[in-house]
Design a protein around this ligand. Structure first.
Ligand SMILES: NC(=O)C1=CN([C@@H]2O[C@H](COP(=O)(O)OP(=O)(O)OC[C@H]3O[C@@H](n4cnc5c(N)ncnc54)[C@H](O)[C@@H]3O)[C@@H](O)[C@H]2O)C=CC1
Ligand SMILES: O=C(O)C(=O)COP(=O)(O)O
Length: 468
């Protein structure tokens, strides 16, 4: 018998694939993308022993920014083709690479803008191997049926521990003393060096990181106040304050843990520095745009801010190497000249523990999405799942129909799938985009082809995938 692999049509030739499906009893259908190619699986269809959605070796994955080996291995074990790069890519190179892949894994540097995603003709899913998702155009991705996953809290503890270390380092001017000793100078001083016990920590953004930090800081004898746009339950004896100004005026140490949003850009600028106590400290390990750097430089030069720690910057490089020597960071030399300023290269979440936990979490989410269509944990699509198909359910197909959330769609979809035995079905919407999942039994290759074509022809369609 000719194997399916031998007669597989070109991936970008849907017509050939339809023909192939019609003529080959061992063919199957996985169509990942409305805006690009369809895939054919290469294992016999309707055989419970091979109850996989498609030939996993057809799935191409691009991992950028040194995604942890734990995540890479999970994806490789699925049989996917995994390409791994240590750094991010400039936009033109990214566009070249993304054209071909079904899955992309990134961290905080790679910008997946509308311009880039427009070229991603085969892409079905993006994995952000980090917390932040501000680097991805989430809305545009959703409108193309591209799911986005992240790891919402696997590095929170690492960031919180870094900040605790920085609070003590700033209070004791550790960076300066260490630099002096490296330069051969013994400079034993206690002037303006403090214990942190009894001081007030002001946390801006009391989410996963802020709340974790709150507990650690109290354990070291600090009083904690926080400001957040939501009313949140305080941990320990922490106290929520009503305004940012109030926090700026009361705290000895201020630390930012908000996401990058339109409202948080430049949130700490000249007016906020003017509210701070003289001799207080500022830490930013959130996003570089949250703090206005020239305003920070002025506040440090004037003595209002006695020390600061920056882990994030408005323009961060794609990979390791030269940083401040470029025109994008015209304040680089000013920063480097300031005393008691700790500068770190976005390492808040960079611990072995965090990176391997993130690797596992995101790779598993990607695998579940690719193989089963489950969107649990997606940040831009409704969360939809059905229990996995089992070996006891041969001849089943899972229909995934991502569509525009407009009136009358479900009636039309149910007209298509209602001709068959629908075992279970779930649908949900998020804004303009809806996601439908249905498991259908007693299907043949011809039925799958028919279902696919009819769903694809509906004007509500964003993406159809049929997995089995
Ligand atoms: N330096 C690093 O390596 C890392 C940086 N991050 C950054 O830290 C940010 C925070 O992380 P999580 O605590 O996990 O996020 P989270 O989503 O759990 O918490 C963010 C909090 O900020 C609040 N918030 C949003 N807008 C606000 C505003 N305008 N004013 C005051 N509060 C506001 C939210 O209500 C929420 O409680 C991430 O979005 C990411 O950008 C995260 C991990 C590592
Ligand atoms: O998790 C986040 O949002 C971070 O900022 C960490 O980013 P990274 O994975 O170190 O590029």
């Amino acid at each position: 018998m000719t194997s399916a692999r031998d007669i597989r049509p070109r991936q970008d030739d849907l017509a050939a694939q339809a023909q192939y499906l019609a003529t080959s009893p061992s063919a199957s259908f996985h169509s990942p993308s409305s805006h690009g190619s369809a895939l054919t699986r290469t294992i016999p269809v309707l055989n419970a022993k091979h109850l996989k959605p498609f030939a996993t070796q057809d799935i191409k994955v691009l991992l950028l920014e040194n995604v942890n080996v734990a995540g890479r291995e999970i994806l490789q074990q699925q049989g996917y083709q995994v390409e791994f790069l240590k750094s991010s890519l400039p936009e033109d190179q990214l566009i070249e690479k993304i054209r071909d892949v079904h899955v992309i894994g990134i961290r905080s540097k790679t910008k997946l803008t509308e311009r880039v995603l427009k070229e991603a003709k085969n892409l079905i899913v993006i994995g952000c191997f980090c917390i932040g998702t501000n680097q991805v155009d989430l809305q545009y991705a959703a409108e193309q049926g591209i799911a986005v996953f992240n790891s919402p809290f696997s590095n929170s503890r690492s960031v919180a521990e870094l900040v605790i270390g920085e609070i003590i380092a700033l209070a004791r001017q550790l960076g300066d003393r260490s630099n002096e000793m490296h330069n051969g100078t013994w400079n034993k001083v206690s002037n303006k060096c403090w214990e942190i016990r009894g001081k007030t920590l002001g946390i801006i953004g009391y989410g996963h990181i802020g709340a974790q930090l709150s507990v650690l800081a109290e354990a070291m004898g600090m009083s904690v106040i926080f400001y957040d746009v939501l009313n949140l339950m305080s941990l320990g004896t922490a106290r929520q304050v009503e305004t940012l100004d109030q926090l700026m005026a009361e705290a000895d140490f201020i630390t930012c843990h908000v996401p990058e949003l339109a409202e948080t850009k430049g949130m700490i600028g000249k007016p906020q520095f003017e509210k701070m106590k003289t001799g207080s400290y500022l830490i930013n390990a959130s996003r570089g745009t949250v703090v206005d750097i020239p305003a920070l430089i002025d506040a440090m030069r004037s003595g209002r801010v006695a020390g600061a720690a920056l882990d994030v910057y408005p323009n961060e490089p794609a990979g390791n190497g030269d940083y401040f020597n470029n025109e994008l960071n015209e304040w680089g030399n000013d920063l480097r000249s300031l005393k008691n300023l700790i500068l770190t290269p976005h390492i808040g979440g960079s611990t072995e523990e965090a990176q391997s936990a993130i690797g596992v979490e995101v790779a598993q989410a990607l695998t579940r999405y690719v193989n089963e269509g489950t969107t649990l944990g997606a940040v831009n699509l409704p969360e939809v799942t059905l229990r996995s198909l089992t070996m006891d359910e041969p001849n089943h197909a899972r229909v995934i129909y991502i569509h525009k959330n407009i009136p009358g769609v479900l009636r039309k979809v149910n007209e298509v799938i209602g001709d068959h035995n629908v075992d279970k079905q779930m649908t949900d919407s998020r804004g303009d985009v809806a996601y439908l999942m249905a498991d259908i039994s007693n299907v043949s290759a011809a039925v799958i082809k028919d279902l696919y074509e009819r769903l694809e022809s509906l004007n509500s369609r964003i993406m159809t995938r049929i997995l089995y």
